[in-house]
Design a protein around this ligand. Structure first.
Ligand code: SF4
Ligand code: MG
Length: 390
C-alpha cells in the first residue's frame, strides 16, 4: 500500500444521556511511511478520540460508527479484539497523557523498560550481545598477550604492564546475557531523554518518581517499542519547556534512526512547526485544514488556522517557546454543533451559506486541503455569499 495508514470518512460517536456526541464526524487523512503527522486543535476537537479509534480503544458508550482505517492496507475497523491485541504495542503503539495508568506499579521501571526491549527489539539486542561478547574475547586475548610479555620481558616496566592487565580484567564481564543488554539499553535511553542518574532510576518503582520523570519514561517505552506507527497524545504538555524541547529532539532523532511514522497530537502549533512534516487542523470533530506544515504555517487559509496563528506569538524555531492558544468564542458543543460550518459563530468572515452548509475539504494548491466557503469556486449567488456581519 502507498500509505502506512489511510483513514477514510471516520465517524466515532458517543451515545450519552444528553444526546449523541459526534466526537469524530467524517475525518479522512493519510500517514506516509517515515513521516510525522501532527494533529492540532483545542481540547475536545476530536484529536484524542481519532487516535483511540486507530487502536480500536473506543469503549461504550462510544462506537466507531462508520469509515475505514487502513493500516498497511488492512482495515483496523474490521479486526477482532484478539487481532488488535497483537497490533497494539507492536505495529502501532500509543503514548498516553497519563503515565500512572500505563506503568505497572509493582515492577521497577528499569525492568519494565527492559521488557519492552526484549519484546520488540530482540534482533537489535542479539546484535549487541554478539558485539559485547566479541569485545570480551578481544580483552582476553590482549590480557594473554600482555601476560606473555610480562614473562619474557625485562623487569623494567613490568609494574605498568601489571596495572594494565588489571584494568583490562576489570572490563571483562562474565556471562553477559540478553537481559544485561536490555538493561544497558534501557539506561542509555533514559540518559538520552535527559533523566539524570539513569542507573538509580531504573531501580525505582513508578510511584517513587516525579510525574515528569514518569512521563519521560512512558515516552522512552513508547519509542523502545520500535513500532511502525507511534501515536503520541500530548506527551509533553505537562512538562516544563526545557524538558519538552529535549523530548522533541529525542523523538526527532529516534525517528531518523528508526524511519518509522509518528502521529503527534498537540494543542500547540509551535510544537507542530518544530516536529511535524504535515499537519491536520481539527475543529469540532472535523479536519478543517490539512497539508505540509510549511505551507500551512506560511500561508494559513482557514480562518480558524489563521486564528491559531494570530493567537500565538510568532515564535522562531530557536526560541522554543510554548504558547497557549486563545481564540475568542466558545468551543462548540458536540451534541448540538452549530449548523453549517461549525466555526461560523466564531468566524469573522462568516457568510449566509456558512450557516447552512458544512463546507467539505477541498483541494488547493500544494496539496493543501481546506474546508471553508471562502474558497468556493461558484459564488454567483450574492445572497448566499453575503457576510453575516454586514
Ligand atoms: Fe468562516 Fe464560513 Fe469559512 Fe466557516 S466556512 S470558516 S464560517 S468563512
Ligand atoms: Mg486530548
Amino acid at each position: 500500500s502507498e500509505f502506512l495508514l489511510e483513514v477514510k470518512d471516520l465517524r466515532t460517536y458517543f451515545y450519552t444521556e444528553e444526546g449523541v456526541v459526534k466526537a469524530v464526524d467524517g475525518v479522512s487523512f493519510q500517514i506516509n511511511h517515515d513521516e510525522i503527522l501532527g494533529f492540532v486543535g483545542e481540547t475536545g476537537c476530536g484529536k484524542s478520540v481519532t487516535a483511540l479509534s486507530l487502536l480500536k480503544l473506543i469503549r461504550t458508550p462510544g462506537e466507531i460508527l462508520s469509515g475505514e482505517i487502513l493500516f498497511n492496507g488492512e482495515d483496523i475497523v474490521k479486526k477482532s479484539e484478539d487481532e488488535m491485541l497483537k497490533i497494539r504495542g507492536n505495529s502501532i503503539t500509543m503514548i498516553f497523557q497519563d503515565p500512572l495508568n500505563s506503568l505497572n506499579p509493582v515492577i521497577k521501571v528499569g525492568d519494565q523498560l527492559a521488557e519492552v526491549y526484549l519484546l520488540h527489539q530482540m534482533e537489535y539486542l542479539e546484535d549487541e550481545l554478539v558485539k559485547a561478547r566479541e569485545k570480551n574475547k578481544r580483552l582476553k586475548e590482549n590480557i594473554k598477550r600482555m601476560k606473555k610479555e610480562l614473562k619474557t620481558g625485562s623487569s623494567a616496566g613490568s609494574e605498568t604492564l601489571k596495572n594494565q592487565i588489571k584494568a583490562l580484567k576489570e572490563q571483562i564481564k562474565f556471562r553477559i546475557t540478553i537481559l544485561d543488554i536490555a538493561h544497558k539499553e534501557s539506561a542509555a535511553l533514559l540518559d538520552r531523554i535527559g533523566l539524570p542518574n539513569a542507573d538509580t532510576i531504573i531501580n525505582r518503582f513508578p510511584h517513587e518518581l516525579s510525574g515528569g520523570m514518569r512521563q519521560r519514561i512512558m515516552i522512552a517505552m513508547g519509542l523502545a517499542c520500535n513500532s511502525q506507527l507511534l501515536i503520541c497524545d500530548e506527551p509533553t504538555t505537562a512538562l516544563d519547556v526545557t524538558i519538552q524541547a529535549q523530548i522533541l529532539d529525542m523523538i526527532r532523532e529516534l525517528k531518523r534512526k528508526l524511519k518509522n511514522s509518528i502521529l503527534f497530537i498537540t494543542h500547540s502549533l509551535g510544537v507542530i512547526y518544530e516536529l511535524c512534516d504535515r499537519v491536520a487542523v481539527m475543529y469540532s470533530g472535523n479536519i478543517v485544514e490539512y497539508g505540509k506544515v510549511e505551507d500551512i504555517y506560511n500561508n494559513p487559509k482557514h480562518p480558524y488556522t489563521k486564528g491559531l496563528m494570530a493567537a500565538i506569538p510568532r515564535v522562531s524555531k530557536a526560541s522554543r517557546e510554548s504558547e497557549l492558544m486563545i481564540i475568542p468564542g466558545m468551543v462548540p458543543n458536540l451534541i448540538f454543533p452549530p449548523r453549517g460550518c461549525r466555526f461560523h459563530p466564531r468566524c469573522d468572515h462568516a457568510m449566509v451559506i456558512c450557516k447552512k452548509v458544512n463546507p467539505p475539504l477541498k483541494d488547493m494548491e500544494n496539496n493543501v486541503q481546506v474546508a471553508c466557503h471562502l474558497y468556493d469556486e461558484d459564488k454567483s449567488d450574492p445572497e448566499l455569499y453575503r457576510k453575516l456581519t454586514e
